[in-house]
Design a protein around this ligand. Structure first.
Ligand SMILES: *Cc1c(COP(=O)(O)O)cnc(C)c1O
Length: 493
């Protein structure tokens, strides 16, 4: 019997798909044509949506037209427009048409390549693409499949940090006779600028929070981790009978874009046999350009490195590349081989089974997307894309410097400009800048976020949305000046 004839609807009707997908593509095109008209940051009130939608699911199908109308009316107002050229907040999630097309194909095949046999191309393309990316970053061959290491694509940095911490933990436990009581002795190190992801991950793998060391940074090092401070913390911990385990270094911190000195930290890591992970989530993207590659100098001393192409590499969410010098430690920690997944390829030990390189079993075919982005855009254009954003950030920084009501709080390293209105005549700097930022964001004409370093509240402007051009930067500067005048006037009343 024909299976579909029993159903009153066709869940995968390729004929209606042609029309419906065209309607969605048209919808997307209109969205992008109009994107500058929407307030960048959504200004809806919490709970705005539930009153606008029915309180239970429809029993019968709604038309696509109705659905898209609702997206227009009810969803768009509650979106913060991450793809707006006036989005300068957090770190961007940059999209591209190549990224869209890659996602479409990923979704179309909808394979779940947890091991090699479950979809050989998904695994093999991933291994090829992480090597491509690794070569673009000039990683040593010790991190590449074509050398002695290897890589994997996770969804996010948080997963990469959890997995490498688990690998480091289990490697060290083994060295301590696999006595799990020793987990209470493990100590992990990062700077006080490190992304909260690290803290979350360390908690998840069972490191006692009392053994998290957040090493203090300051203006003196432009908020980079100090090797001397690290060394003395490690020595103290060893003296106390603890076991130093893992250092998380950052290339491009979130609040101010600080870059930890990888080579110096790497030497210490090797001397005391710690796992050194480099979190280059955002700034790692820039390291494909020779002029920024020096931020990764010393990477050969690290155990692992991760970066997010979904941030600045025109690769739609989600995509985080993780490379390891010794993937076997990750596999030792994360592999499991239930009987129902048994197969000859895995037994032969000549294939990669990516389920053993990550938290989850099921996984998306993200490699297809990244491969399509790199192929359709090309390395030269990718470099150009990074450089033009950096130049816009540089010009913006120059404008701030020219206006003596403002100051740069921490010098720009790449594409993040951290600035503030100088506190004047007894006005509180934090309050002044908080008001300025609120006024800018509330206008809907641009969206930035804040960063605090050494107790100084400042405004972060990151250049990196795909559509941002010079005119948007000029508009942003006009907007800042206009609101600054207003806020200074109000505060002086
Ligand atoms: C964005 C960012 C993260 C978090 O990345 P996810 O992929 O969202 O987990 C971590 N560290 C740094 C330095 C970042 O910029």
């Amino acid at each position: 019997m024909n299976k579909t004839s029993e159903k009153s609807f066709l869940p995968l009707d390729i004929l209606s798909f042609q029309d419906e997908s065209k309607a969605v593509v048209d919808f997307i095109s209109d969205y992008y044509k109009n994107i500058e008209k929407y307030p960048v940051q959504s200004i809806v009130d919490p709970g705005y949506l539930s009153s606008k939608l029915p309180d239970s699911a429809p029993c019968t199908p709604d038309s696509l037209e109705d659905v898209l109308n609702d997206v227009n009316q009810h969803i768009l107002p509650g979106l913060t427009h991450w793809q707006s050229p006036n989005f300068f907040a957090y770190y961007q999630a940059s999209s591209s048409t190549a990224g869209f097309l890659g996602e479409m194909l990923c979704s179309a095949f909808n394979v779940v390549g947890f091991n090699w046999i479950s979809s050989p191309a998904a695994t093999e393309l991933e291994s090829v693409v992480v090597d491509w990316m690794g070569k673009m970053l000039k990683l040593p061959s010790s991190f590449l499949f074509s050398g002695t290491g290897g890589g994997v694509i996770h969804g996010t940095t948080c997963e990469a940090v959890v997995c490498t911490l688990a690998a480091a933990r289990d490697k060290a436990l083994k060295e301590l006779d696999s006595n799990w009581a020793n987990i209470t002795k493990f100590v992990v190190y990062a700077s006080d600028q490190t992304h909260f992801t690290f803290q979350k991950a360390a908690k998840l793998v069972g490191i006692p929070p009392s053994n998290f060391r957040f090493l203090q940074t300051s203006f003196a090092t432009e908020f980079a981790m100090s090797p001397e401070v690290l060394r003395s913390a490690i020595k103290d911990d060893i003296r106390s009978g603890l076991v130093p385990l893992y250092i998380c270094a950052t290339v491009g911190t979130t609040a101010c874009g600080a870059v930890d000195p990888i080579a110096d930290l790497g030497k210490i890591a090797n001397e005391y046999k710690l796992w050194l992970h480099i979190d280059a989530a955002h700034a790692g993207n820039a390291c494909i350009c020779p002029e920024f590659r020096h931020f990764l100098d010393g990477v050969e001393l690290a155990s692992s490195l991760s970066m997010n192409p979904h941030k600045w590499f025109l690769t739609n969410m989600d995509c985080c590349c993780l490379w390891l010098k010794e993937p076997r430690f990750l596999i030792d920690s994360l592999s499991s081989n239930p009987e129902y997944l048994e197969n000859n390829a895995s037994k032969s030990n000549v294939v990669v089974d990516y389920k053993d390189w990550q938290v989850t079993l099921s996984r998306r075919f993200r490699a297809l997307k990244l491969w399509i982005v790199i192929r359709r855009i090309g390395v030269e254009n990718l470099m150009h894309h990074i450089r033009s954003d950096v130049n816009l950030a540089k010009q913006f920084e120059a404008l701030i410097k020219e206006d003596d009501r403002f100051e740069i709080v921490v010098p720009r390293r790449i594409a993040l400009v951290l600035f503030r209105l100088k506190p004047e005549q007894g006005l509180d700097g934090s309050e002044l800048n908080r008001k300025l930022l609120d006024a800018i964001n509330y206008s809907g004409r641009a969206f930035m976020t804040q960063g605090t370093v050494s107790g100084i509240y400042a405004i972060r402007c990151v250049v990196g949305a795909t559509l941002t051009e010079e005119r948007h930067m000029n508009d942003l500067w006009s907007l800042i000046q206009e609101k600054a005048q207003l806020v200074l006037f109000q505060c002086s009343q």
